[in-house]
Design a protein around this ligand. Structure first.
Ligand SMILES: [Fe+2]
Ligand SMILES: [Fe+2]
Length: 203
């Protein structure tokens, strides 16, 4: 008899465990942004905005802040500063590792900005057209990857996309298309930006 009473409570405990497992399954079915995708978005945007600040730094270093073109570039640089500050916050808030290539984008960004500025105002603006076209498209694609749990980030990226497309249009308004070798130059810069995006997502 003692043996029979001894095992009865054990059986009751086992039957109680099942409903807990069911609850877990219903929680997982809610749509959330893939964690890897979210991390890649923040890492690459942080890298891109950093690169953008360096491109405009390079251009302003050549033209000077007080020249007419320098003031136009400064307006875009100020917006890039807002963008990088936001991603500086996000990288901490969401605990995302920044790209290991920031030192490379630091130098490459400045060199691209200064190099195109040395070719003239139209070439500098052609650089802006190419870079901002790629970044604008990239921001558009990212908004489709973010689910309802990342509404705030989606809004931020939509606002930044608008700014980047404004920069693109400023480039066109400043005669970028009449820069010497416009087609080849913009194609090369676009390919470079796309490669930088692909690398900065992962590394
Ligand atoms: Fe930006
Ligand atoms: Fe921009």
């Amino acid at each position: 008899m003692q043996y029979i009473f001894g095992i009865m409570p054990l059986k009751k405990k086992r039957t109680k465990k099942k409903p807990v497992v069911k609850k877990k399954i219903t929680k997982q079915s809610k749509s959330t942004t893939d964690k890897t995708i979210l991390e890649e978005i923040i890492r690459v945007d942080h890298a891109g905005e950093y690169g953008a600040t360096r491109i405009y730094d390079g251009q302003i270093a050549v033209f000077g802040k007080d020249s007419k073109i320098g003031k136009t570039i400064q307006h875009m640089a100020d917006q890039e500063q807002e963008h990088i500050e936001k991603f500086n916050e996000l990288i901490i808030e969401k605990r995302v590792r920044p790209t290991a290539l920031l030192p490379v984008w630091n130098i490459a960004g400045f060199a691209l900005g200064a190099g195109t500025a040395l070719m003239g105002e139209k070439a500098a603006m052609a650089c802006t057209v190419a870079v901002e076209k790629v970044i604008g498209e990239h921001y558009r694609e990212q908004q489709n990857l973010l689910e309802d749990d990342e509404k705030e980030l989606k809004k931020t990226i939509a606002k930044f996309e608008k700014d980047e497309l404004e920069h693109h249009d400023i480039g066109l308004e400043h005669d970028a298309e009449n820069a010497p070798g416009y087609k080849v130059m913009t194609k090369v810069i676009e390919i470079g930006c796309k490669a930088a995006i692909a690398i900065s997502k992962k590394i």
